[in-house]
Design a protein around this ligand. Structure first.
Ligand code: NAP
Length: 303
């Protein structure tokens, strides 16, 4: 199943029993990829940022299934000041932070390696050479199988990959950004700190490089396709036109809007990361809807 399960609320707003049940069902349905970070959900009053990884770690221990899942986790955006609730105090991507952060993640997850290790947000105050070398060190040590960059500009991703190639080391093979079928108005700054919207240039870059996989978050707009009001920054004529085609295609296939959005992303070899807070939501998103070329052309047409 080419969906990664987002795990931000596991162990906090989604209790452990429900989190375990969702994880069990996801794996039973053929899911393998779990996306977390060393700071989820630090912004929540009463949380430390350890909760998501720690919940996954307890689930892995109780199910003894580490080898059948792909663990994707991140460093760089945990507050360096305990209790801080914004990214102003983010730990950054120095070699020292990266070396310490992976140990924290491995401990919470109860594993000796992660499958994809991400730079969560760019850190322009640390020399890129230092960050690239530190990630390479983790790959050489077997602590991370592959590395990726989240919330980076195209030029920074390209520069990091070039630096890695020049030193013959591991380079970012994954990129994670915010993306869905609907797009916010150009120039809008989305309210979620650190979120970076995918750009046409990034899509072009990923398509042109043979070894890059794009993962996208907020792929279901946090439920706004079906269950919540659409945020104001999606208010533009393109949204109206895209929702009309989305409803048309969904109606023809007997599918939901969410299912068609996920199928549209997967058809472009993009991995959607989907967060769910209930079993009913999970059951909806694991249905594998297939789109043919005509559906995709129709969905792509409105802008
Ligand atoms: N790299 C990054 O910077 C970054 C940033 C954000 C997220 N992420 C990753 O991406 C994951 C998902 O991100 P997200 O939570 O922003 O995006 P999302 O998947 O678009 O939103 C998740 C929310 O959508 C609602 N939802 C899910 N399935 C639904 C369904 N079938 N019907 C109705 N509503 C449904 C639920 O809201 P309710 O719980 O309110 O019902 C759920 O909590 C995260 O867990 C995380 O792993 C990464």
């Amino acid at each position: 199943m080419r969906i990664a399960l987002g795990t931000i609320p596991f162990g906090t707003t989604v209790d452990e029993a429900t989190s375990f049940a969702i994880l069990d069902r996801f794996v039973e349905a053929g899911g393998t990829m779990l996306d977390t970070a060393n700071n989820y959900p630090f912004w929540l009053e009463g949380a430390t940022g350890d909760e998501s990884e720690a919940t996954i770690g307890r689930w892995l221990a109780s199910r003894r299934n580490r080898d059948s899942v792909v663990i994707s986790t991140k460093c760089g955006a945990r507050p360096a000041v305990p209790g801080a609730r914004t990214l102003d105090a983010a730990e950054g991507l120095s070699a020292g932070v990266i070396r310490a952060a992976i140990e924290g993640s491995l401990r919470r997850l109860g594993t000796d390696h992660v499958d994809v290790y991400w730079a969560h947000v760019d850190d322009r105050s640390t020399p890129l050479e230092e960050t690239v070398a530190a990630f390479d060190e983790l790959v050489l040590a077997g602590k991370a199988k592959e590395v990726g960059a989240s919330n980076h500009a195209v030029w920074r991703l390209e520069r990091a990959r070039s630096l890695a190639a020049a030193r013959g080391g591991a380079r970012y093979r994954h990129v994670q950004l915010r993306h869905s079928y609907l797009r916010p108005r150009p120039w809008v700054r989305v309210p979620e700190g650190g979120h970076t919207q995918v750009s046409d240039e990034m899509l072009d870059y990923v398509r042109s490089e043979g070894d890059l996989t794009l993962w996208v978050y907020s792929s279901l707009l946090a439920g706004a396709y079906t269950a919540k009001p659409m945020p104001e920054y999606y208010d533009h004529p393109g949204t109206t036109r895209r929702l009309a085609v989305l409803d048309e295609v969904a109606g023809e296939l007997g599918a939901t809007r969410n299912q068609v959005v996920l199928a549209w992303l997967r058809a472009q070899d993009i991995i959607p990361i989907v967060g769910v807070s209930s079993m009913a939501q999970l059951e909806e998103i694991i249905v594998d809807v297939k789109l043919d070329d005509e559906h995709i052309a129709r969905l792509d047409a409105p802008a």
